[in-house]
Design a binder for this molecule. Structure first.
Ligand SMILES: Cc1cc2nc3c(=O)[nH]c(=O)nc-3n(C[C@H](O)[C@H](O)[C@H](O)COP(=O)(O)OP(=O)(O)OC[C@H]3O[C@@H](n4cnc5c(N)ncnc54)[C@H](O)[C@@H]3O)c2cc1C
Length: 406
């Protein structure tokens, strides 16, 4: 079956490598990972790993020996620098070249930096990689830093929670009126605002950041004209898909690398998965680019099947989780449909123990369980069923979720 090449050492790439073997591929597999680690997952980087409660083993999918044992050539610290789909070849940062029979682009995404005066000062950081989490940790573990976070997205708020729990002063500044409104709507965004205010985060919304100031090192952030003192500034304003290789190779791009539901790109034998891929979703009948761990995991498996010519379709319901302070949450749903939907709450919103359903035309299109566990499968089944449901029964915590399923 030839040489399977994977570019990228995140969850998508690492999972695809393992899945190729699980699916019976007995030929060559090579994984190129730009970073100096075996493939790893990023959620701990803003949570337990940053807090010092977990080590690198919480992040790394498999130790380096595992790749040897499975006959997978893992090349860390090496990037693919160009891709020639016609010749089925890539060039490498160490001057080498590789030919392939099928290649997976699992290059992930890179944090956006704001085009602000002072953005290049020392002490202005983003968070994507293990080494960046290490650097943040060394600044925050002493517990006496003044951290300003620009952007109240998931990563910004997770770091805010961890930094507060380590005893630091944390200011979060956000342009929108309500944190996370774009992801979960204003009503649910307010739950996160309350959570952070209750734990002593100085969360300021509907504000404008105009500059970061300091001599060589960041000393403050100018927010609505006021300078908020800072020892460290984290910019958490989203990430852009890493499409450089694909673009140079002439692949079709639109908010990432476009693929069909089998994760095939516009070039023969070139596949894409994870944060970089904008994949056609067979249920939604539109392309969807999801920047979540479960998407990278599921897509890595599907991409492996597809690379081997096996039937493959990536049709999972997007799933995301977060942990902040004493709040644990899982969210399943189709973001494009959730945007205009009605939110129905079952449980205790004030006490932060509830399930929120997004309902569109009587059908559940999204569900978020907050400090309520072992319900995600049922939430996903409700979404998948497409059944029209009685909103009162959905709202009523005494009606078991199972009884709502067809
Ligand atoms: C701090 C943090 C916390 C997160 N927490 C959560 C969470 O709680 N829940 C959740 O669902 N999601 C979370 N996410 C999102 C999740 O981590 C991403 O969706 C996931 O990492 C995507 O995996 P990926 O394999 O597509 O890409 P990535 O993890 O970005 O991996 C891609 C890898 O490819 C490498 N690469 C790029 N170009 C090349 C090249 N040319 N050659 C070789 N290598 C290359 C990159 O250096 C990178 O290491 C979090 C993300 C971050 C940064």
């Amino acid at each position: 079956m030839g040489h399977m090449l994977i570019i990228g050492g995140g969850v998508a790439g690492g999972t695809a490598a393992a899945a190729l073997r699980d699916e019976g591929h007995d030929g060559e597999i090579t994984l190129l990972a730009r970073e100096n680690y075996p493939p790893y997952q990023r959620p701990p980087l803003s949570k337990g790993y940053l807090a010092g409660e977990e080590g690198t083993d919480a992040a790394i999918l498999h130790p380096a020996e595992w790749y040897d044992e499975h006959g997978i050539t893992l090349r860390t610290g090496v990037s693919a620098t160009s891709l020639d789909p016609r010749a089925h070849r890539v060039t490498l940062s160490d001057g080498g070249e590789l030919s392939y029979d099928a290649v997976l682009l699992a290059t992930g995404a890179t944090p956006r930096m704001l085009p602000l005066p002072g953005a290049a000062l020392d002490g202005v950081v983003t968070l994507r990689r293990l080494d960046q989490s290490d650097a943040l940790a060394s600044a925050l573990r002493g517990g006496a830093a003044r951290l300003v976070i620009i952007g109240a997205g998931w990563i910004g708020l997770e770091v805010a929670a961890t930094a507060r729990q380590l005893g630091n002063d944390v200011v979060v500044v956000e342009r929108d009126r309500v944190p996370l409104a774009a992801a979960v709507g204003e009503r649910m965004g307010e739950v996160f605002r309350r959570l952070h205010l209750d734990h002593g985060v100085d969360l300021r919304t509907a504000v404008d950041v105009s500059a970061i100031v300091g001599a060589a090192h960041a000393e403050g952030v100018v927010v609505d004209g006021e300078t908020v003192p800072a020892d460290l500034v984290l910019v958490g304003v989203g990430a852009a898909p890493d499409t450089g290789l694909a673009e140079d190779a002439g692949l079709r791009l639109l908010n990432g690398v476009l693929t069909d539901s089998a994760l095939r790109t516009s070039a023969p034998d070139v596949y894409a998965a994870g944060d970089v891929a904008n994949a056609f979703h067979p249920v939604l009948q539109r392309h969807l680019r999801s920047e979540h761990w479960a998407n990278a995991l599921g897509a890595g498996k599907v991409a492996a099947r597809s690379m081997l010519g096996l039937p493959a379709s990536f049709d999972e319901i997007p799933y995301f989780y977060t942990d902040q302070f004493d709040l644990g949450m899982e969210l399943s749903g189709y973001a494009p449909l959730m945007a205009g939907a009605e939110v129905i709450v079952r449980g205790d919103l004030e006490g932060r123990e509830f399930i929120a359903f997004w309902v569109d035309g009587g059908r559940v299109v999204g569900g978020m369980n907050v400090n309520v566990w072992d319900v995600n499968e049922n939430v996903q089944a409700l979404i998948r069923s497409g059944e029209r449901l009685d909103p009162d029964r959905l709202r009523d915590a005494d009606v078991p979720l199972e009884s709502l399923l067809p």
